[in-house]
Design a protein around this ligand. Structure first.
Ligand SMILES: Cc1cc2nc3c(=O)[nH]c(=O)nc-3n(C[C@H](O)[C@H](O)[C@H](O)COP(=O)(O)OP(=O)(O)OC[C@H]3O[C@@H](n4cnc5c(N)ncnc54)[C@H](O)[C@@H]3O)c2cc1C
Ligand code: SF4
Length: 456
């Protein structure tokens, strides 16, 4: 595999600039030339949106980047995003025949290359728009599901308005995933293209309690709910209310979206922490730990209850975190967070664990080993254990069916909810999942909405 040039770990651990620097044209063409162009195309079935991978890779190998990006965008409206954040090693790349004897083809790196080429050098092409239908669609939430449905509905000729609760667009891509993995210029370019296509965006617009879904239904012909899963889980251990404990969502939002790292230039304080403990093993945990380092922490501990093998984060992010000097404490369970007399975090007690039988999620359950407790001195603790459904919109919406965890129930074939004309997808239906699955949901819903609007 042609290696991806990267900022060296000792440099990047103190800046927020993107870590992988991207392929040059020559590197991309050399990597693409490794593709065997297999007849059976196993990689395509590993991509949730079925991109014609051998097709776009061949075009890159031939130096025809324009054709390559057209092929990718046929199935994926956010290729610069997916090339960076998709869990490729468990998806398309895991099926690559080259991977049986050596490195699989770097499909994500190639997808990123061709998307970056278009944005920087090739000029972004506006998709063809169908004639105006006179129908109006409201989209609630501007994450990957919302942006995808908005783009596809606009292509189909419908007038689209996106309502976003925050002051900035992009959902988790903006407020969660840090700049060193997901540069904001990419989102800005994507949103700019949607604006050119006529999509209207309304920020600081919370739908639910004041302006309701039924109000939207009175003004629009269809509504798509893509509000994500933004409610953080906590551990339920003593000390979680101490000053210096942040949910990963709050920590990343303060740093990322509200630019707390530029305090006092930006008026968003954050306790930076000299010694920071992050709890969890997913992408959210890696992002929090690496953000803490970049905010200036001297030491960052990653506390995870299973082993490295079970970590759900993208492999590349785990490796990057190791390289940057995050101190992994694996097979450890947090017991309690310790505070001083003023209520500030001063430490955390953890206990060693071993793996027992698989639990309900199919992963081996961690079991504490009595007598192995020890204390780590820390002044900031960031639980990064995943997110669930926020009921701010669903609770006041009459007739909208949800499951017992508050997720919206939507038909997997049509994205329809229990309210006629209201569709839903992304994390609010699946629970915390991935960018490409949220986008796939948006695509599917746009088809169903188009059919509904064409026949109603
Ligand atoms: C820190 C972090 C790192 C991640 N890393 C990866 C990764 O590397 N790869 C990957 O594939 N996935 C990753 N994920 C998961 C991925 O980002 C999500 O699965 C995906 O963003 C879900 O998309 P969505 O459109 O459903 O919702 P979101 O991206 O959550 O967007 C929902 C939007 O709706 C808005 N909203 C909520 N309620 C309302 C309301 N009532 N009114 C108006 N607007 C509302 C929110 O403000 C938000 O902007 C990560 C998640 C996090 C938190
Ligand atoms: S969208 Fe994701 S899974 Fe599909 S080809 Fe790109 S990186 Fe692979």
């Amino acid at each position: 595999m042609v290696p991806m040039p990267e900022q060296p770990p000792e440099v990047r651990r103190r800046n927020f600039k993107e870590v992988p620097l991207g392929y040059s044209r020559e590197q991309a063409m050399a990597e693409a030339s490794r593709c065997l162009q297999c007849k059976s195309r196993p990689c395509v079935s590993g991509c949730p949106v079925g991109i014609d991978i051998p097709g776009f890779v061949k075009a890159i190998a031939d130096g025809d980047f324009r054709t390559a990006i057209r092929i990718v965008k046929h199935d994926n409206t956010l290729p610069a995003v997916c090339g960076r954040v998709c869990p490729q090693s468990g998806q398309c790349q895991s099926r690559c025949v080259l991977g049986k004897k050596g490195d699989p083809l770097a499909i994500g790196n190639l997808e990123r290359f061709v998307a970056d080429w278009e944005r920087r050098e090739g000029g972004m092409e506006m998709p063809e728009l169908a004639p105006r239908t006179g129908k109006k669609v409201a989209v609630v939430g501007s994450g990957p599901a919302g942006l995808t449905v908005a783009a596809d509905c606009a292509r189909n000729g419908h007038a689209v308005t996106v309502f976003e609760a925050l002051h900035s667009l992009g959902g988790v891509l903006r407020y969660g995933i840090p700049e060193f993995r997901m540069p904001k210029e990419i989102l800005d370019a994507e949103v700019g293209m949607l604006e050119k296509m006529g999509v209207e965006f309304r920020t600081d617009a919370v739908i639910g309690p004041m302006l309701t879904v039924h109000d939207l239904l009175g003004q629009y012909d269809a509504v798509y709910l893509a509000i994500g899963a933004g409610l953080p889980f906590f551990m339920g251990i003593p000390g979680e209310n101490l000053a210096g404990v942040y949910s990963a969502n709050e920590y990343l939002t303060r740093s990322n979206l509200m630019k707390a790292y530029l305090f006092p230039q930006y008026d968003t304080p954050i306790i930076k922490g000299r010694r920071v403990a992050v709890i969890g093993g997913g992408n959210v945990a890696m992002d929090s730990a690496r953000t803490a380092l970049r905010l200036g922490a001297e030491e960052v501990f990653l506390i995870y209850r299973r082993s490295k093998k079970e970590m759900p984060a993208r492999h590349q992010e785990i490796e990057h975190a190791y390289q940057e000097g995050i101190d992994f404490h694996l097979l450890r369970l947090p017991m309690r967070i310790l505070g001083d007399e003023q209520g500030n975090v001063v430490g955390m007690e953890v206990v060693k664990s071993r793996l027992g039988e698989p639990d309900a999620s199919g992963r081996r359950k961690p079991i504490p080993i009595p007598g192995t407790e020890y204390t780590i001195d820390v002044d900031v603790v960031v639980p990064a254990l995943g997110n669930g459904a926020n009921r701010l919109l669903t609770r006041p919406t009459r007739g909208l069916d949800t499951d017992k965890r508050g997720k919206i129930i939507a038909d997997p074939e049509t994205a329809e909810t229990s309210i006629k004309g209201v569709y839903a997808g992304g994390d609010i239906v699946r629970g915390a999942a991935t960018v490409i699955l949220a986008m796939g949901d948006g695509r599917l819903a746009a088809r169903a909405i188009h059919e509904y609007l064409s026949t109603s």
